[in-house]
Design a protein. Structure first.
Length: 446
């Protein structure tokens, strides 16, 4: 098997940063060497990583690749290539495609499709509905990352709104339940009020008032209550308000039954940005106030929020035309998620070690992923080299997502992904993605 020696790197892993090197043999890491030591045996390839961070590959637990059925704006091949270019080596894809991933047949079809198309590693959520709870015990827990539960309507309208169905899902899932939490009754009431005040399509700045803090808190509170009543393992996705943080557990990750994710969109933007970016930053849950954004950032640094995902949700710009009710919700963010969080580190909001914890270590621990998310001997060689000295400004021409745009265009970053390894193979060399490479299905230790 081919041996690769990545040396002179600043390795960031498990709360530490140190100069050293990593030896990759075939698909796996075989040595982690601190200092100037050399490999135990000769290597066919040497990579001088002088001045660069060497990080575990990012694991994004929350993407929408739109495949199958919505492939005019994204597909498995295009979005996994964008992932590789951004240092994301594994993703977990959501079920609100067409057909929805709410049957065992649709789930199997997505795994088969990813095996043909994805350049990085993958898993898929099974979508809960008001009627498919009998299928939950049949899911392969070693293969399926979790059960996705829409407790608020969003793209694809997979809302589960019957209390009896919700209780059954929480009781029967048998694995992590990832929830989208927004109260539909509150949103409906707000929608009618804003229509009466401003017409059929109020300005996009009304979006966080329609899909309000109250709507998020009411739904998240219900999810927490059901989890505590049933003992279910709950992961609240894209927490967007300071108030929801009151619901979370301030304890080490391995002691938690209720965890939370923050998304890049809610960490990078606030409602002041609607004035310049408009519907480009319209997403569900909505981008809220500066105070909410800053509270989420603090909660990341203290450990109250456990993971960072993207909710990568590509749409064509033509679909983003309109206001709070007509423009579709969602934005692409996968390719630039790591550099966005490293920008927060550059600004002193987080440490680089915390970025690695939230984007690499904790997703692996929380989902019980087999041999990924850490730089350890015996683990799969999913690795990212990042140059923290490279200042650059994002332009549309660098966006690999099929939709062709990013709300971060024009923003200057101070770190750049220069190489991405997936299972020991270079899938991104700083300029091009190896579209012939194929990732692997993630395996879960359950």
């Amino acid at each position: 098997m081919k041996r690769i020696w990545i040396h002179n790197a600043l390795i960031v892993n498990e709360g530490r940063r140190f100069q050293g090197s990593v030896v990759v043999e075939g698909e796996t890491i075989c040595e982690v060497i601190e200092g100037a030591g050399r490999p135990a045996a000769a290597c066919e390839e040497e990579i001088d990583a002088q001045g660069c961070y060497l990080l575990p590959g990012v694991i994004d637990d929350h993407v929408h690749f739109r495949d199958p059925g919505l492939t005019h704006k994204a597909d498995m091949a295009s979005e996994s290539a964008a992932a590789a270019a951004g240092g994301v080596t594994s993703f977990m894809d959501m079920p609100n495609c067409n057909p929805q991933t709410t049957t065992l047949e649709a789930l199997d079809a997505k795994f088969a499709d990813a095996a043909r198309k994805s350049v990085v590693n993958y898993s898929f959520y099974f979508g809960a509905t008001n009627n498919n709870a009998p299928l939950l015990p049949q899911l392969d827990k070693t293969r399926v990352c979790g059960v996705k539960l829409f407790m608020g309507a969003s793209t694809g309208n997979m809302l589960v709104d019957r209390m009896e169905a919700l209780r059954t899902i929480f009781r029967e899932a048998g694995m992590l339940i990832a929830t989208h939490c927004e109260d539909q009754a509150i949103i409906r009431t707000n929608t009618e009020r804003f229509r009466q005040l401003y017409g059929e399509d109020p300005a996009v700045s009304c979006h966080p008032l329609i899909r309000s803090e109250e709507a998020c808190f009411a739904s998240s509170s219900l999810a927490v209550r059901l989890a505590r009543e049933t003992g279910a393992r709950l992961h609240i996705l894209h927490v967007s308000t300071a108030r929801e943080l009151e619901l979370l557990e301030d304890r080490p990750l391995d002691e938690k039954r209720i965890t939370a994710e923050a998304c890049v969109s809610h960490l990078m933007f606030c409602d002041e940005d609607y004035a310049t970016l408009g519907a480009r930053i319209k997403c569900n849950p909505s981008i809220k106030t500066r105070a909410d954004r800053d509270a989420l950032r603090r909660a990341l640094s203290t450990g109250l929020i456990d993971t960072v995902g993207t909710d990568h949700a590509p749409h064509l710009l033509t679909e983003k035309e309109g206001g709070a009710l007509k423009a579709v919700s969602g934005m692409p963010s996968l390719q630039f998620s790591l550099v966005s969080l490293l920008e927060l580190a550059h600004e002193g909001v987080l440490g680089v070690e915390q970025v690695v914890e939230k984007m690499c270590h904790n997703p692996a621990l929380l989902y019980q992923i087999d041999r990924r998310g850490f730089i350890r001997p015996g683990y799969q060689a999913d690795l990212v080299l990042v140059d923290p000295r490279h200042t650059w400004t994002l332009t549309a021409g660098e966006v690999l997502s099929k939709c062709g745009w990013s709300p971060l265009e024009g923003r200057t970053f101070h770190a750049r992904v220069v190489r991405t390894f997936v299972n020991g193979a270079t899938v991104y060399d700083g300029e091009r993605v190896d579209t012939n490479h194929r990732g692997q299905a993630l395996s879960f230790l359950r």
